[in-house]
Design a protein around this ligand. Structure first.
Ligand code: IFM
Length: 465
């Protein structure tokens, strides 16, 4: 790995120990959907259902990382990454979601981890990035309490196999998406539109997290870090008026405090419980659950892309916001957009980091995802020019620096994503990678942003404009 050089301007430098990473997820890059005993996850089922994913795309082949893992680790080493965040596919390791592990699945992840360690890259392993074994969904999915215990068992299998060599573990990635896009709005797998079930799912995901923290503490090295990654919403009221503030409060409860409060404070927010009273009395939260959910973690991962502007109003159903559709309207933020039509606004990342500085003192923070999709293509000379992505990344890294200067304890930044990949319901049309993937040939071409990011990593800070 290239030794860090000083950023040219000391104001542009990050601390020497700052972690510079990139992130991916199993279903989005691995492919090999039916190989070596892997069985379908909810995303295999969902993407093979006509009309659910744009263009009928599936993760069957994806970026073929299962077969190109060594080439991909070499790309990371070329970028000088200090860390790589990936997820384990539950149905590759424990196909039915119950019982013993499948050795071939574990072997793949052990080989990946060893390849990373040999390249001097720290593995950051996420246990759940949305690919629930289909058999567990058939038994009720996340709205069923037993799924949390199945997750703890699966966490144990992975920890037994890799606990001696993986230093950083993340239990869940973006449980908000798993619960609310999957079970309330239905635009993610498993595609259910049952708002009460989505609230149950959120609690069972929190319980699964807490159970897994306990398992990881037992089966991994004492020095291991255990985190979870939340896609917190930078919620902004449309105006300073009371009605808009009330809409923002409601969304903050459903997007942020539904996870932050039980995990860090061992309680669900009172306002969340009363807002959702028309749907549930929350009796699915059993005695002792919150002690498990709030087992101490070593830090928090934040995934951030764009702010959420809300005002008093309404929005259509089905919606990912249980009991909020006739209280809250969503307003597009102004400014330039990415190919996802998401407004570019790095201020939201600053706002979140500073909020967490105040609300979770003593909790180290990692930006575990941040990045942008643009309509990238290889030009006739084979180059991929993506100046908008470079501008996006620079603005967001500057926001991280501002937050750190204001006292936020941010320890690292993981760019989403290393490779172009399967962008869930959007299929392959949305490209988030530092490295362009030609899906017909699986040829990898580092984009201009890849050399820019490699320079950031090498100098430990932002280059001059
Ligand atoms: O691709 C996703 C990722 O799987 C989770 N966080 C957001 C990314 C971009 O939508």
């Amino acid at each position: 790995m290239t030794a860090p050089r000083a950023a040219t301007d000391s104001r542009a430098a990050f601390p020497p120990a700052f972690r510079w990473g990139a992130a991916t997820a199993a279903y989005q890059i691995e492919g090999a959907a039916d190989e070596d005993g892997r069985t379908p996850s909810i995303w295999d089922t969902f993407s093979r259902t006509p009309g659910k994913v744009r263009n009928g795309d599936t993760g069957d082949i994806a970026a073929d990382h299962y077969h190109r893992m060594r080439e991909d680790v070499a790309l990371m080493a070329g970028l000088g990454l200090t860390d790589y965040r990936f997820s384990v596919s539950w149905p590759r390791v424990q196909p039915t979601g119950r019982g013993p592990a499948l050795q071939k699945g574990l072997d793949f992840y052990r080989a990946l981890v060893d390849e990373l360690l040999a390249a001097g890259i720290r593995p950051v392993l996420t246990l759940y990035h949305w690919d629930l074994p289909q058999e567990l969904e058939d038994a009720g999915g996340w709205p069923a309490r037993d799924t949390a215990y199945r997750f703890a068992e699966y966490a144990g299998l992975v920890a037994e196999a890799l606990g001696d060599r993986v230093p950083t573990w993340t239990t869940l990635n973006e449980p908000w998406c798993a619960a609310f896009l999957g079970y309330a709005e239905g635009v993610h797998a498993p595609g259910r539109t049952e708002p009460e079930a989505a609230l149950r799912a959120a609690h069972h995901l929190n319980l699964a997290h807490g159970l897994a923290v306990g398992v990881l503490r037992e089966l991994t090295r004492p020095s291991s870090e255990v985190l979870l990654s939340l896609n917190l919403a930078a919620v902004r009221p449309l105006s300073g008026g009371r009605a808009d503030a009330e809409a923002a409060r409601r969304v903050d409860a459903l997007a942020n405090r539904v996870f932050l409060d039980p995990v860090f404070h061992g309680r669900y927010p009172r306002d969340l419980i009363s807002d959702t009273a028309p749907l549930t009395d929350w009796s699915f939260v059993e005695d002792g659950d919150l002690r498990i959910v709030s087992r101490p973690v070593d830090g928090l991962g934040i995934n951030y892309y764009t702010p959420t502007v809300v005002g008093a109003g309404s929005h259509p159903l089905p919606s990912p916001w249980p009991a909020a559709h006739d209280h809250v309207g969503f307003v597009p933020a102004p400014g330039p957009r990415t190919a996802m039509d998401w407004p570019v606004d790095a201020g939201g990342l600053y706002e979140l980091l500073v909020r967490l500085r105040d609300e979770l003192p003593g909790t180290p923070l990692l930006v575990t995802e941040n990045g942008a999709a643009y309509d990238d293509y290889a030009d006739p000379a084979g180059a991929v020019h993506d100046p908008e992505r470079i501008a996006y990344l620079r603005a967001h890294l500057e926001a991280v620096q501002r937050a750190m200067a204001a006292g936020a304890d941010v320890r690292g930044y993981f760019l989403w994503s290393l490779l172009d990949n399967f962008e869930w319901a959007h299929g392959y049309g949305k490209r988030f990678g530092l490295v362009h993937v030609d899906y017909a040939t699986q040829r990898r071409t580092p984009k201009d942003s890849a050399s820019w990011y490699a320079d950031v990593v090498a100098r430990g800070g932002l280059p001059p404009k």
